[in-house]
Design a protein around this ligand. Structure first.
Ligand code: NAD
Length: 425
């Protein structure tokens, strides 16, 4: 089949590369000319494991363009994978989605528009109305939300837990189902609104677990229990399961914060106060700031103290810093008057963080530092030569925001160590 993908970002590129790998002809369209130029020249504009190799392997079936007509020409399915960032009000900004819908040309054969961008429930219905208003009766609409996680996106796409296809017209859903032939996963065929809600509800469930375990961690800290042991103990319960029970300094990224906010606002706009989700979001905001209190307890006032932030991406395996806890932490530390130095193996801190010194290596970041804060659980940090770090630091303080390190080993090197929800020695 021939597929056009609008948006050459994290989702669009992975979608395009994976469909090409399944044997389809794919054209990826973006409005940013530099991005398209880079892709044509074989450069991958984002960090995602295996994406470069996949794009290269399917070079013959993949094309990149800024031109709508070229992208849509002969396409059976048009994927929308543009950004839907939060607006000031917390609602999803759908302007890029509407631009794509309005750009679609007239067609005399059936084309299916498939929505991969995460959108509020009701968006499909509004798009359908807009297509009808424009006389595009030949254009079908399907909601096919994306559940991939950055860092493991290709594996997630090729081996998903399920494929959700919500359609107004069953035949359009069949086309999208056929496109996925070769992927072995349960199909959830449903109406458009339910498909939209499945995506938002899945993310809400995951963030609820994160805030839940973070609150358990905070109570562990107050009572002397160890949350890592508690997580293991409750995760073995089959009714609960082990995933998303790692306590830390909160969730970030381009999806969880905005999608939970969007669902909260969607509920509010519909006259419902989603109290549980409100609490989940608030817990997360507070969680990001708990590191400051831990540092102050060890170092006193932070003014003039040199604090090293280790890891900037919102999670390992990606260069994505959107809504990363590192941004809030850096801001809070700077406002306390601390000197902040940061390191990340792939994220481009310099373009996101003003007033923060960027170090080339983790050890360089720790040189002369009063405290190290593990912000992202990069494997490099577990393997870091902490004995060498101890020699280079001014004060041996580690705040492990991801419970990544072995507290006993770190303490044996003379560090004061504090994790999240772990007993303080
Ligand atoms: N990042 C993820 O892991 C992930 C996972 C699941 C769902 N999603 C959802 O997928 C959507 C895309 O997310 P992303 O992280 O890939 O965003 P992104 O910002 O990385 O990419 C979006 C791309 O769309 C392009 N674009 C904007 N207007 C366009 C237009 N009119 N035509 C063509 N391209 C256009 C932008 O230039 C950008 O390159 C969002 O709704 C997001 O919530 C993301």
């Amino acid at each position: 089949m021939k597929v056009a993908v609008f948006g050459a970002g994290y989702v669009g590129l992975v979608t395009g590369a994976c469909f090409a790998d399944l044997g389809h002809e794919v054209v990826v369209r973006d409005v940013v000319a530099d991005r398209i130029e880079a892709l044509r020249a074989g450069r991958v504009p984002i960090h995602e494991d295996g994406l470069g190799e996949l794009l290269e392997r399917n070079e013959r079936r993949l094309h990149f363009t800024t031109d709508v007509t070229e992208a849509v020409d002969g396409a059976d399915v048009i994927y929308i994978a543009v950004g839907t960032p939060p607006t000031y009000s917390g609602d999803a900004d759908l302007s890029a989605v509407w631009t794509v819908v309005d750009e679609l040309p007239q067609t005399d054969r059936r084309i299916v528009v498939a929505m991969k961008s995460t959108v509020p429930v009701g968006t499909g219905r509004s798009v359908r109305h807009r297509l009808d208003d424009r006389g595009l009766d030949n254009v079908g609409y399907v909601s096919n939300p994306e559940f991939t996680a950055e860092g493991t996106a290709i594996e997630d796409f090729m081996h998903p837990d399920r494929i959700v296809i919500g359609a107004f017209d069953v035949a359009d859903g069949d086309v999208v189902a056929k496109l996925h032939e070769g992927i072995d996963a349960p199909l959830v065929r449903c109406d458009v609104a339910s498909a939209e809600m499945i995506k938002l509800a899945a993310n809400a469930a995951l963030v609820t677990r994160i805030s839940f375990i973070n609150e358990i961690a905070n109570v562990c800290e107050a009572t002397g229990a160890d949350v890592t042991t508690v997580s293991q103990g409750i995760g073995l319960d089959r009714r609960i399961g082990p995933s998303f029970l790692r306590a830390g300094i909160g969730f970030g990224g381009s999806c969880f914060p905005k999608d939970s906010l969007a669902l909260k606002q969607l509920a509010a706009n519909s006259g419902y106060n989603f109290q549980l989700l409100n609490a989940v979001i608030e817990v997360n905001e507070l969680q990001k700031r708990r590191v400051i209190g831990k540092l102050e307890r060890r170092l006193g006032p932070l003014r003039g103290k040199r604090i090293a932030l280790l890891g900037l991406a919102f999670k390992p395996g990606t260069d994505d810093m959107r809504e990363a806890p590192s941004l809030v932490l850096a801001g809070r530390l700077l406002s306390e008057g601390a000197d902040v130095v940061a390191w990340d193996p792939v994220a481009n801190g310099a373009s996101h963080l003003h007033g923060v010194e960027i170090a080339e290596t983790a050890l360089a970041a720790l040189d002369g530092a009063d405290a190290a804060v593990v912000v992202t659980e990069w494997p490099e940090l577990r393997e870091l030569d902490w004995a060498a770090a101890a020699e280079h630091m001014r004060t041996r303080v580690v705040v492990d925001g991801r419970n990544l390190l072995d507290p006993d080993a770190i303490r044996a090197l003379g560090f004061a160590y504090e994790g999240i929800g772990r007993p303080v020695a």
